[in-house]
Ligand binder design. Structure first.
Ligand code: SDX
Length: 437
């Protein structure tokens, strides 16, 4: 078999180098030896937005963007969505194996008994305006939990990590529900340990004066499937943020808050909320062609379309479309679905989108289901953050356990003034010559 290496000749010096290839990559540090002389720092790679850079080795999630494949720890997402509960999948993503029955029972019990929030959190939330965006409240509240659990900073202790992971998985739905209840001016609903993870989330969101909340099983199952689909997605923007923040040994609450902040952007997890706004702007099926022309003219992006990795259909979008049918049987068909289906139909036939390999991603249909289930668009990204907390923590723990990892600190290509003399206040704003005269 041919040697797994690159032979490089530097035409500046005629020097030759052998750079080993492993796992389809070369180590960037192997380029540092390529210099033009003793004072040369050596070659670096330049890769804005990490378009072609592997930042880590990971065994959590595998994606094949061309084939539309997504697997958590080797299990196809289609099988997990059909056969598992979210907590079962969270265990798989976090600890590497599907839990045995005793392990699952213990895990569910542990998470269930960590759903309560410290009572001071309610007063913390009261500080937000009534119309504060739930993502701003969620990011702040998750960060504030760092002050409630100071022992979390001992990130190298596996037992401390496991407890904080359990706390975060248990408390995210409670925080999310509290932000929602705050926005409506409703009293908070405490967790109900008799209910499953998704049923309890619905309970904390929607219980009113009835003695015990009864979750619609179809809706609860659809929510669990949506959580499974959003659990992890390898080195996406927010996972990268989690790894970077965690690489300084910041505690998992502060690192998760950083990751959730990254998720909130409209190009990432914030897209599901933007999709609904886009469908509202379009208004009806017959207005779709005109809207698409504006997208092609570069006026705005087609929200919920496109992906850095998937150059084929996002497998999660297909499963969400399937789950939508079961929800619509309960809630009635969301009229926005017709606009979305027409948008997809036209876009997938149009050269602009075909050439750029733009397909619906996970955010394109999720908002339509969420809205049909009674969620307001403002909370859609919070619904993404809840399950993705399992993925963020799995990536964080894998980074901490990886002997190759250390504090993330990229290099740069410097393009600024190399050096210049100070200019006194009275001489600023003058032409350079006058200023230094
Ligand atoms: C998520 O990374 C993950 O895994 C993320 C995620 C996860 O689970 O964590 O999958 C979740 O974030 C899904 C993506 C949600 N975002 C959106 O739906 C927002 C709309 N999509 C785009 O902003 C865009 O497609 C991105 C951000 C998703 C990907 O952007 P890239 O990979 O940087 O691609 P690009 O911007 O360089 O686009 C390449 C071309 C450009 O055209 P040209 O300059 O070549 O002419 O495609 C065009 C872009 O203008 N393009 C779009 C488009 N997306 C890309 N044109 C119109 N509409 C779009 N949605």
């Amino acid at each position: 078999m041919a040697e797994e290496a690159l032979s490089i000749v530097d035409k500046r010096t005629q020097a030759a180098y052998e750079i080993p290839i492993s796992n389809g990559t070369i180590r960037a540090m192997d380029l540092r030896q390529i210099k033009t002389g003793p004072d040369d720092f050596g070659l670096m790679t330049y890769d804005p937005a990490f378009m072609n850079t592997a930042s880590c080795r990971s065994a959590i999630t595998f994606i094949d963007g061309d084939k539309g494949i997504l697997r958590y720890r080797g299990y196809p997402i289609e099988q997990l969505a059909e056969k598992c509960t979210f907590l079962e999948v969270a265990y798989l993503v976090l600890f590497g194996e599907l839990p045995t029955e005793p392990q699952l029972k213990e895990w569910v019990s542990q998470v269930t008994h960590h759903t309560m929030l410290h009572e001071t959190t309610k007063r913390f939330l009261e500080g937000f305006r009534y119309d504060a965006h739930p993502m701003g409240m969620l990011v702040s509240t998750v960060a504030a939990l760092s002050t409630v659990y100071p022992e979390a900073k001992h990130v190298l202790d596996p037992n401390v990590r496991k407890l904080q992971i359990t706390r975060l998985i248990g408390k995210m739905p409670t925080i999310a529900a509290y932000t929602y209840r705050h926005s409506l001016g409703y009293p908070y609903v405490y967790p109900d340990n008799d209910l499953s993870y998704s049923e309890n989330f619905m309970n904390m969101l929607w219980k009113m004066m009835e003695p015990k909340y009864q979750a619609n099983p179809v809706m609860a199952r659809a929510l669990d499937i949506l959580f499974i689909l959003h659990a992890d997605h390898e080195q996406n923007c927010s996972a990268n943020t989690m790894r970077a923040a965690g690489s300084s040994q910041a505690d998992p609450f502060l690192s998760t808050a950083a990751a959730a902040a990254a998720l909130s952007g409209p190009l990432h997890g914030g897209a599901n909320e933007e999709v609904l706004r886009m469908l509202d702007v379009i208004g009806s099926k017959d207005k779709v062609p005109a809207y698409i022309e504006k997208v092609k003219a570069g006026q705005f992006k087609l929200m919920g379309f496109g992906h850095r990795i998937y150059k084929n259909y996002d497998p999660r979008a297909s499963i969400i479309k399937w789950a939508a049918d079961s929800v619509f049987e309960v809630t009635g068909r969301n009229p926005k679905l017709e606009i979305a289906l027409e948008l997809e139909r036209i876009a997938l036939e149009d050269e602009y989108f075909i050439k750029r390999k733009l397909y619906p991603n996970v955010d394109f249909y999720s908002g339509i289901i969420y809205q049909a289930m009674g969620f307001k668009p403002e909370i859609f990204t919070v619904l993404f953050a809840i399950p993705r907390t399992a993925g963020w923590l799995a990536q964080w723990q894998e980074m901490i356990q990886d002997p190759e990892q250390k504090i993330a600190r990229p290099r740069q290509v410097f393009t600024g003034h190399m050096i210049r003399d100070f200019v006194p206040l009275e001489k600023r704003g003058m032409p350079a010559a006058a200023a230094t005269a």
